[in-house]
Design a binder for this molecule. Structure first.
Ligand code: SF4
Length: 304
């Protein structure tokens, strides 16, 4: 069982802002209660504990993570970091996952960061978000999973989300002067492989039109059991690098710079390739697009 008094880890990476600037961002992976939703593509329950998060555990985790941050920055050759992402493998505004009493100490620990990002299901976006934003010294950004705008796939993902609910939550955040980040899947179950890139781009466009400041494309990764079952039924195919590259290029193109569209880099090396000849070039193209926001497509003599 995981220790609720220890974070899962901390990473530092450069993230592109909507204006093109690359800024260091620290992500703290917090340990806490499991999410009440059951998305078919999700494996985040592996990083959660049974029962509610104990009061005081998250501030303790954050304190310990921040103590190690200067060393991480030094190793990365970075002087400072003013972006903080608090990802708890669930929803930040669900009291079982983040006890109400911990919001104030978390906000105090996050003082000094210009921007604090937390993740939350759109259906849990309510007055608690504004109240937390008011406690922060920096600006709050809420990351919500839209996943896909595919009208037949979205209702089957187990997300218990409609587009209207997503749009309402996005509008509420913007009205409360809270920034929006959106997660979009690549390799959505129930969407045919040849339609994946088109629907990823349509989902990115929807996110940008709803006011997203940044959009993270997430390649769906197998391993949670349910995806393997869907794969056997022909309803899911793990995305390969060629698809991921194309989805990112289209995503960058459709927003016209309105939002910073990037591929989530954390599990990129785990994405498979149908062709070994162009794997390195595609990885480089994806990383380059993340840095520059300029679309790139690899031409391969072997797989075309
Ligand atoms: S809402 Fe988020 S954390 Fe919860 S099951 Fe879905 S993807 Fe996982």
């Amino acid at each position: 069982m995981l220790d609720p008094w220890q974070p899962q880890g901390v990473t530092v990476e450069l993230e592109r802002e909507p204006d093109g600037e690359l800024r260091p961002a620290a992500t703290v992976f917090l340990t806490g209660a499991e999410c009440p939703f059951t998305c078919v593509f999700c494996d985040l329950w592996r990083f959660t504990i049974p029962g509610p998060t104990p009061v005081g555990a998250l501030p303790a985790q954050l304190r310990s993570a921040l103590e190690g941050l200067p060393r991480l920055l030094q190793e990365a050759g970075l002087e400072r970091c003013d972006r903080l992402k608090l990802y708890n493998a669930s929803n930040f505004f669900e009291p079982r996952a983040v006890p109400e009493a911990d919001l104030e100490p978390i906000a105090r620990l996050a003082a000094g960061f210009e921007r604090v990002v937390v993740e939350c299901h759109p259906r849990l976006v309510d007055g608690r978000v504004r109240r937390f934003a008011d406690r922060l010294e920096g600006r709050l950004e809420v990351a919500m999973g839209l996943e896909t705008v595919h009208p037949r796939a979205l209702p089957r993902l187990g997300k218990q989300l409609t587009l209207e609910q997503f749009d309402r939550a996005a509008a509420r955040l913007l009205a409360d002067e809270i920034d929006l980040r959106v997660f979009v899947l690549v390799g959505v179950p129930f969407v045919p492989a040849e339609e994946q890139a088109r629907w990823a781009a349509a989902s990115v466009r929807h996110a940008a039109e709803a006011g997203a400041r940044s959009v993270a494309l997430i390649p769906v990764r197998g391993g949670n059991g349910e995806l393997e079952r869907l794969q056997r039924l022909g309803s899911f195919e793990p995305p390969d690098l060629a698809l991921v590259e194309e989805a990112l290029a289209r995503g960058v193109e459709v927003t016209g710079g309105k939002a910073a569209v990037q591929l989530d880099p954390w599990d990129l090396e785990r994405v498979g390739s149908a062709c070994g000849a162009c794997r390195g070039a595609r990885l480089e193209a994806i990383r380059e697009m993340n840095r520059t926001g300029v679309p790139r497509r690899t031409v391969c003599d072997v797989c075309h």
